[in-house]
Design a binder for this molecule. Sequence first.
Ligand code: BGC
Length: 860
Amino acid sequence: MKKASFSLMGKTLNLDQIEGKYSAFAKVPYALTLRTSKPLAEDGYGVALVDGVVVSQGVGFLMDSIIKLNCLMIPVGEVANEYDREYTLTLSKFVAADGTPFKERSFRFRTLPRRQQDPAYRKHNELALQAAREGMVLLKNKNNVLPLAANAVLNCFGAAQHMFRNTSTGASLINPRWQSNFHQAVQEHSGFSVNTTLCRLYKGLKDPVPSPQQMQKAQNVSDTAVLFISRTSGEFMDNKPVKGGYYLTDEEHQMIKAVSEAFPKTLAILNTGYPIEMGWVNQYGVDAVIYTGFAGQAAGYALVELLDGRTNPSGKLPDTWAFDYYDYPSAKNFINFGPEDKVPGEKDKGVLLYYEEDIYVGYRYFDTFQQPVAYGFGHGLSYSEFEIEPLGASFDGEEVSANVRITNHGMAAGKEVAQLYIHAPDGTLEKANRVLAAFEKTGLLEPGESQTIKLAADRMSFASFREKDASYILEEGHYTIFCGNSLQNSVEVDAFDLAESQVLRTVEHINPPIEQFHRMTRELPYVQEDSKMVKLEQRHTTSAPRPIYDPAPLKAEQAKKITYQMLQDDPRLLDAFVAQMSDKELCLLNVCGGANWYMPWDDGSAGKTIKLSKYGLPQIRVSDGNTGLNIKRPNIGFPSSTVMAATFNKELAHKVGMAIGEESKENGIAINLGPGMNIHRNILNGRHPEYFSEDPMLAGTMAGYHGKGLIDSGTGCTYKHLFCNNSDTSRKGSHSIVSEQAMREIYYRVFEVATNIQMPRCVMTSYNSVNGIYPAENADVLQRLVRGEWGFDGPIMTDWGTYDTVDPVEMVKAGNCWLTEGSRKYSRILLQAVKDGKLSRSVLQHNVRYLVRAILRPST
Ligand code: BGC
């Protein structure tokens, strides 16, 4: 029988880049990927050795994002953990799914040298460090166990200490020029030392409890234990409410219990991409907890500064951390189908998600229904004590404004965040108890120093949407203004009364649900249904009627050819420039020019437009880059968006956007495909770290300032994903059913807040459908809401490969200007539709007009 075979897909291992482009890779840190000639049997794992030492079992999977390949990932980094060295991988006794044995093979591979700081980027590097410092959140600090003495000896527990994660995966992956993990930071940037015996014990992927002798030795070394918990998260795959996901593994439990019993000072470092179950903190008496999230290239440096007190923590949680996953009202209506069930893949099935929690997302639920939480929204401790003193508040009919004086009464210099919440009166509409309406962060306050801050809240931020007449209103009654340094600590500072209800804006009904479903109310504060699987055929069917978009044709007024050069000199020629194009040229431009990430010779950017030499129209490149450019050339790596949100620092978000924009320009990227700002509806969305917050005001504000930075640098930004990309597994097959009120107050609102701060250059539609129709092909959403209400006048693009599940012609007909990632196949489909009378030339013209304008002025 012919034996099955392996081939190594890359001969180098980059220890600085522990996560791969695809989340399947990220599940196995420090791994090499092999191609297998046949799929591996589930129990067909043989033995993998690195330089003769056995490493753990890898993961076999089918990679089919681009082409179908059977793969196997082996965590070689368990042994190959030194930079710049050659190692040998040997594989034996593996068996394919059809029973064929694999040929025994050995491969040589190298670890790459560590990347070095580039002094030319000193300012950006400092900014990355500043963002990481401000985004880490001190959740608990019993008896002020932190900060530690500058020369403390640390006993570090947990395999996660060696796989310190700085980035989420998929679209928002960073590729920094330089980065530091925890141990590098201890050596290079602190006076700490570590117990090296323990470090060695945790090399590998296990979390063993040390033997009594090892524990005794560690206790003799010092009284301080640092526990590491890490969880990856990223595009393509949601996380699960299972041990090793949302819950701790049994091993982690045993380790934490044993360590907390043995040491008087126990600290936990949560290097996770999303909130996890936290009952163990009190159960085992862990003294201090720091949430690092994925804090970018300087995460290690920022963390050691926090531990020794050089930095005073000032991060605040942008999400509610519940006691248990099932406390979140969206838990049942999410893609998870129980611990043992396999998560359905995009190719098999879709899922129907009823947003029964309605407007009660995140703290809006917990605060309204007085449900206890582990750590609440806006929570974050400091090494100082701050007082927030109200100096008076008022409502002038347009805006609530409150002045507060913040004083640092502690011993350490630090920053504080003033948060303003508004309670609106009960009335005819469902309302959350309180909503965040404004926030501001202080500068660095020395001990004893004060700063007076004005918090200003637009009345739209606490208005309710009345579905009956599609109006935003403030209902009559008593409004209370709360202020504090977290939702829980906020106290009433003032109040005002509205004698009658005010209608702030009446709009059109856009994309309402076409079926009745149970919605959580104050009267019925529960959810009824579990999410439902739907069959493959169903996900291609959208049941809502398709609205029509029918713009007037552009007319070619000039007889002579208008070149791009002429258009640059006189942008008023735009209509005429587009009008002269043939149907074929319009169809070519309405489709992107393909992705560049898998071409060995290309830059790894996500896509490009099509060049039309006849008119001198150039091609532009676009790349992902919420937190740094996701291209092959190393560049800057900022914290993930959730960590940025935790800074509550608008100015910092602006600077970060600017820096990414500057590096985009340097790398020939005209438009950045970020920021992503979908609401954290469910904490297990794989893209949780890539998005900002559960609150539309916080998420929209931070995303808006980030977008403004990109634009101010001269690069374009893209707000994505419109709308409700709230589950990434099976995202192309996911159908969200959402009320108009929830869409208006939460899911549209976040984008509206951001566009009010900065209009983006592009917007990107999502893969999923909303209320029976895909946003990508919904002319009401694209034309009446995005263009009409928001006034957006740039190109709308689809998410990559949306045409796999949504009709390309319908998307273009609705006004989607770029069918990404695109290929000639799709421009031919469009051209045929024009010939068949199914697609009008005028729609194509308008779409292309927006696109050409973006090419002309990517940033303004
Ligand atoms: C992601 C987008 C991203 C695009 C291009 C898609 O898979 O959903 O957020 O911009 O790929 O990389």
